[in-house]
Ligand binder design. Structure first.
Ligand code: G6P
Length: 618
């Protein structure tokens, strides 16, 4: 979730690049940098922290003079905001990165999956690295392939990379050329009068030009002051029309979506891909060496306790089923705000997992601290590097969802669920209670999730909007499900109440007959999570139970599951996956249902009343 801006044209671009980065700040970052080319040499300035630090670092260069950065006439450059994934938050790891001679400079978003093997090969050829990042290898690869043609060198390097990423490269011998390449991460060209931009998002250059050209996956783009050339990875020319953007700057920050929440719902494929990709280096192996927990230690855990609040708690509930099923270790769940008040029995032999997207939720931190004091091994799952949770834990597993602005958690939830799936599989692998064939099956399914999440958003959005239109003036929503469907219901009901203010409840479907069924009449929408699972038949009998009271049953089902559509009034289908993984897809229509209901009611979904993104008071 980093940001890229590149410029080539007739104007001095140092300040233009920093202004572009400012427009990408909303994406979140922990360091930033830029490289400028003037008089045949490229110089960089990088700084940890915010753009004020980068500006200060640039000012220092001005005092010292003699570098391209100080030469305000440089009219070609690259800039980047980094959200650390590979390698710590340090100046050395900040982008741009270059080869040893400093001829090739690159900025990269995303992840290079095969960075370890490429680094080893490059080392064997004599390359020396100055950072811990996967990105740096791209500069070295390009340098290795370069024989006068930068586009050809980028194309050759691109062919060797695996993962999902976009990058832009500059070469000291080409003062009028930037070359970009895209595989899954966004890249867009902005065309001005005698100048061209190449960025990860339109806001980076919207003040300068409204003529844009999107770059597609597996394309290489070469920009110069007067033009843009797009080719396929194989080198075939691609023609592309320029489009005129009509957004204002605020809309542009939201990527053209009317709200941050909708933008973030659409960012889920990317967020999940970033979270899982490089932790699945082999077809049958999960790599969580970053936890620094040995296989022997993992075998000794007698019990797992998960503590979290709000949406993060629901991610934990989904994780419990996956961990118990795959790793055969008991998992207890606790609402973090309750945990410490019951003097919990916890200590050595326990793995306590604190899930907190912000890493700052006071109750979750307090629960983690108590468990640590009593001798448990504490693992934090968080989205924010350097957050308190990372300091209070023995091990940290980062989700890589990027900054989430909407108060209602969406992409951080699905990323947390993805992270727990990884953890569950890794525990199973370390404890030797799953065979490699089964791991391989699950890894293949995990890798397909980003694509399936995207398909779910596309295929259900319009239908969900129609459902919302039928019920947005209702007085109550009920969500029912069993087993892995239940946490999805809890999360769906939470989304509904927090952004629509419509009372909503989630219940284990088997409990309906013990009370909640009294709430139902013909006006009540009942959302039922009925994806494929060993309990599907039981769920269907609960659907019949509520249907008999005249309630309007909206089912979430696995595609092709006609048995559900026959029983429900309306059915929203999600793609098929392993049934334990189904929650990460089933939650999408429920996020959309809350979203469209709130929008029909004219509510501010990004900042609902009474709620804060991070709750730092116990
Ligand atoms: C607040 C937010 C929720 C979030 C919860 C836990 O209540 O509004 O969206 O789920 O805090 O936050 P955390 O940062 O610990 O995941």
């Amino acid at each position: 979730m980093c940001g890229i801006v590149g410029y080539v044209g007739g104007r001095p671009c140092r300040d233009l690049l920093i202004a572009g980065l400012e427009k990408l700040e909303y994406r979140g970052y922990d360091s930033a940098g830029l490289s400028l080319l003037a008089n045949g040499r490229i110089d960089s300035v990088r700084a940890v922290g915010n753009l004020a630090n980068l500006r200060a670092a640039v000012a220092d260069e001005l005092d010292e003079g003699a570098v391209a950065v100080a030469q305000t006439e440089a009219t070609i450059g690259l800039a980047h905001t980094r959200w650390a994934t590979h390698g710590r938050v340090t100046e050395e790891n900040a982008h741009p990165h270059s080869d040893e001679d400093g001829d090739v400079h690159i900025v990269l978003n995303g992840i290079i999956e095969n960075h370890s093997e490429l680094r080893a090969e490059l080392r064997a050829e004599g390359h020396k690295f100055s950072s811990e990042t996967d990105a740096e290898i791209v500069a070295h690869l390009i340098e290795g392939h370069y024989d006068g043609d930068l586009t050809a060198a980028v194309r050759a390097a691109f062919a060797e990379l695996r993962g999902h990423y976009a990058f832009v490269a500059m070469h000291a011998e080409h003062p009028e050329t930037l070359v970009g390449a895209r595989n899954e991460c966004p890249l867009v060209v902005g065309v001005g009068d005698g100048e061209t931009f190449l960025a990860s998002a339109i806001p980076a250059f919207l003040r300068e030009t409204r003529s844009v050209m999107g770059i597609e996956n597996d394309e290489i783009v070469t920009i110069s002051p007067g033009g843009v050339e797009v080719t396929s990875a194989a080198g075939e020319p691609r023609s592309r029309e320029l489009q005129q953007v009509t957004w204002d700057e605020e809309e542009a920050e939201r990527g053209g979506y009317s709200t941050f929440m909708m933008k973030e719902i659409h960012e889920q494929p990317d967020a999940v891909a970033e979270t899982i990709t490089d932790r699945l280096p082999e077809v049958d192996e999960v790599d969580l060496s970053e936890l620094s927990i040995s296989a022997e230690q993992a075998q000794r855990f007698r019990r797992i306790v998960i503590v979290a609040c709000g949406t993060s708690y629901h991610a934990g509930l989904v994780g419990r089923y996956a961990i118990e099923t795959w790793a055969r270790v008991p998992v207890e769940m606790d609402v973090a705000s309750e945990y410490r008040y019951r003097d919990p029995v916890v200590g050595p032999g326990d793995l306590v997992i604190g899930i907190t997207q912000s890493g700052e939720t006071a109750d979750t931190l307090a629960a983690m601290r108590l468990a640590r004091e009593r001798g448990a091994h504490v693992l934090a799952i968080t989205n924010v590097m350097g957050s308190q949770a990372t300091r209070d834990a023995d091990s940290v597993l980062f989700t890589r969802a990027g900054l989430e602005i909407g108060v209602a958690a969406t992409k951080t939830f699905t990323s947390q669920v993805a992270a727990i799936y990884l953890l569950g599989l890794w525990l199973a692998q370390s404890r030797g209670c799953i065979d490699r064939g089964r791991i391989a099956e699950l890894i293949a399914e995990l890798k397909a999730l980003p694509r399936k999440i995207g398909e779910t958003i596309e295929s259900t959005d319009a239908q969900v909007r129609a459902v919302a239109r039928g019920h947005y003036q209702g007085r109550f929503f009920l969500y029912i499900g069993r087993h892995i469907g239940l946490p999805v219901c809890l999360e769906g009901a939470l989304k509904m109440k927090e952004i629509t203010y419509i009372p909503s409840d989630a219940y284990a479907a088997g409990e309906m007959k013990h009370g909640p069924i009294a709430l139902l009449d013909e006006t009540t929408p009942v959302v039922c999570v009925a994806t494929d699972s060993p309990v599907l038949e039981k769920v269907l009998s609960n659907v019949a139970e509520v249907g008999a009271r005249g309630a309007d049953v909206i089912a979430i089902a696995t595609e092709g599951s006609e048995i559900v559509s026959e029983a429900a009034d309306q059915t929203l289908f999600v793609p098929r996956t392993d049934w334990i993984l189904q929650p990460i897809l089933a939650v999408i229509p429920l996020q959309l249902l809350a979203y469209h209901t709130a929008r029909l009611l004219g509510l501010n979904v990004d900042q609902p009343r009474n709620l804060a993104k991070t709750v730092t008071v116990e």
